[in-house]
Design a protein around this ligand. Structure first.
Ligand SMILES: Cc1cc2nc3c(=O)[nH]c(=O)nc-3n(C[C@H](O)[C@H](O)[C@H](O)COP(=O)(O)OP(=O)(O)OC[C@H]3O[C@@H](n4cnc5c(N)ncnc54)[C@H](O)[C@@H]3O)c2cc1C
Length: 317
């Protein structure tokens, strides 16, 4: 029977949420799901994937170093052995590194950064924002294997119950490119792409010394990430890793709070698929209000501390 093969990323033996979301997307296909996990900790991560819908998990073990081309070759070989109808991975940095290689090895097209997936008359159809989010593209494929990456946060990482058969398989060790070192992120901060709540600040905050307001509001939400507009990243107020937008990261959180951000088209391109958008801006005509679900017209220096107190208070109950 045809299957859908899902590459699930893991870190230190725990499946990454974007990978679990990808398994949820795979369940939409109605096909049996085989998951592949690779890297140090793959076996440990494999056992948890059954409850997210995988019927079988293949853990690629034994590679001393991470090699995207070796992992891609192993995944493509498994897809061929299974005669997989579809291959899915999350559109994370790792997924973007591996999925195009897998698609090429399978002689297929890759639909990247998809936010929707459905089965139509037995064929898979993906959707994704196009032209900086101004249009939604509907993507079909006549390629032998339907290959797609799913945008983090676009699908809910729900559990379906169940147990997976876990098998190990020796990973290829003859990769041309190998990762020799990984620098841990400073402070272990949550990445904007993966957070379900993102609080972003723009030039309206006047200077880097005022971004504690953004950090405090993010902290009040519990596990929120901090983001930034390009104007403040270019000014050196915030690190590039926080930049949201066309030339930064694309995010789809449950909640996006834009503080002192005008809402230039290039910023909107990176956050317009957020489920709920809250904008705080002292200019009632700021373009961000056109796409905001909730808008607060006023001075961020008054509103953000009040909002932080209100969120912290609400979370106590
Ligand atoms: C090729 C290209 C790519 C780009 N890529 C990106 C990208 O990836 N991401 C991105 O963000 N931008 C990007 N830009 C830049 C983009 O066009 C804007 O210049 C940028 O987003 C503006 O940032 P901002 O909203 O912080 O600043 P501004 O446009 O200066 O807006 C500041 C806002 O703060 C408000 N404000 C001021 N004081 C207060 C206050 N006290 N309280 C509340 N509100 C206040 C103002 O009313 C204003 O709306 C790109 C541009 C180009 C040309």
């Amino acid at each position: 029977m045809s299957t859908v093969l899902v590459l699930v990323e893991q870190f230190h033996g725990s499946a990454r949420r974007a990978g679990l979301e990808c398994l949820s997307a795979a369940r939409i296909t109605g096909l049996p799901i085989v998951a592949v996990v690779a890297g140090d900790g793959a076996e440990k991560a494999a056992s948890a994937l059954g409850k997210h819908g995988a019927g079988k998990v293949i853990a690629l073990t034994g590679a001393a170093q991470w090699s995207p081309d070796a992992v891609a070759r192993d995944v493509a070989a498994i897809a061929k052995e299974l005669d997989a109808k579809a291959f899915l991975a999350a559109a994370t940095a790792t997924g973007k590194d591996i999925a195009p290689r897998v698609a090429a090895l399978l002689d297929s097209t890759l639909h990247s950064d998809c936010t929707g997936l459905r089965s139509e008359g037995g064929a898979l159809v993906a959707t994704r924002p196009w032209l900086a989010g101004k249009a939604i593209a509907t993507l079909r494929s006549s390629a032998p294997v339907f290959c797609a990456t799913t945008r983090p946060n676009a699908f809910a990482a729900t559990e379906s119950g169940g147990n997976a058969e876990v098998v190990t398989r020796p990973a290829s060790t003859d990769g041309k490119a190998v990762v020799t070192a990984i620098a841990e992120k400073v402070g272990g901060k949550l990445d904007v792409k993966e957070a379900s709540v993102v609080v972003s600040g723009g030039r309206g905050l006047r200077g880097p010394e005022n971004f504690h307001l953004i950090e405090e509001l993010a902290a009040a939400f519990g596990s929120a990430a901090t983001g930034a507009s390009r104007a403040v990243v270019d000014a050196g107020w915030r690190p590039h890793a926080e930049q949201v937008g066309q030339t930064g990261k694309t995010v789809s959180p449950q909640l996006y709070v834009a503080v002192g951000i005008s809402g230039a088209i290039q910023h909107l391109a990176g956050m317009r698929t957020a489920k709920v958008i809250v904008a705080i801006n002292k200019d009632a005509d700021a373009p961000i209000f056109k796409i905001a679900d909730y808008g607060i017209v006023g001075d961020a220096f008054e509103i953000v501390p009040a909002l932080t107190r209100a969120v912290a208070e609400a979370r106590k109950h």
